[in-house]
Design a protein around this ligand. Sequence first.
Ligand code: SAM
Length: 223
Amino acid sequence: MRYSYQIVVPAATYAPWLRDNEFLTLFKQVKKNSLVNFYQAYELWSLVEQLEKVNGDVLEVGVWRGSSSIVMGSKLKQLCSEKHVYACDTFEGVVKSDASRDNFYKGGEHRDTSQAFVAQLVEAAGLTNVTLLKGVFPEETGHCIESRQFSLCHIDVDTYISARQVMDWVWQRLSAGGVIIFNDFGFPMTQGITALVNEYRRDSDKMVIHNLNGNGILVKVKV
Ligand SMILES: C[S@@+](CC[C@H](N)C(=O)[O-])C[C@H]1O[C@@H](n2cnc3c(N)ncnc32)[C@H](O)[C@@H]1O
């Protein structure tokens, strides 16, 4: 194993989610179709709100059954925001596994979903601000949104090459002050993503924050 791991239990006990009934109700609804944990979902929910002050839509690559897309779309709806969520997935499972970087994923995992299934959940959540784009990102669907500007990008793709190519595509379209969230940071099964996020620490236009919930957070500090 390339990294050291331990169960981390923070000493601070501040828990704002306990008073956020809208989030608690929403997470109860989406959790059976979620690979994103409660704390990661709450971070998306609260960051969408903070990023109202930064121009640009929301991009998600790695949707699976749609829970994180629905969390972000629901917050935008609550805010009456004009922003949109573009939610991209093969809906046929993980791609671009590289044995030299990815210690667990081989390709094809998480194919137990479909665009139609997620579309139904998005509709049931009452959201008209989430667009699903099916295909390998960026080569098959990037062109549909190539002229958009983004304030937030949630990358939840499990493999190093996929994550790196999403970053390469979105970076020039991310506003200053915009944020990238890497969902797979720090988990033993996605060591390629931990390595990728750590590579960005040396770049002068990026600030990397290690969140103990499993989100690697990257802020664009310069254009
Ligand atoms: C862990 S799941 C996403 C979980 C989801 N965010 C949730 O809320 O539960 C990873 C997804 O990434 C997708 N994926 C991986 N690489 C991709 C790529 N390059 N283009 C499109 N989808 C990709 C897979 O099909 C899979 O559905």
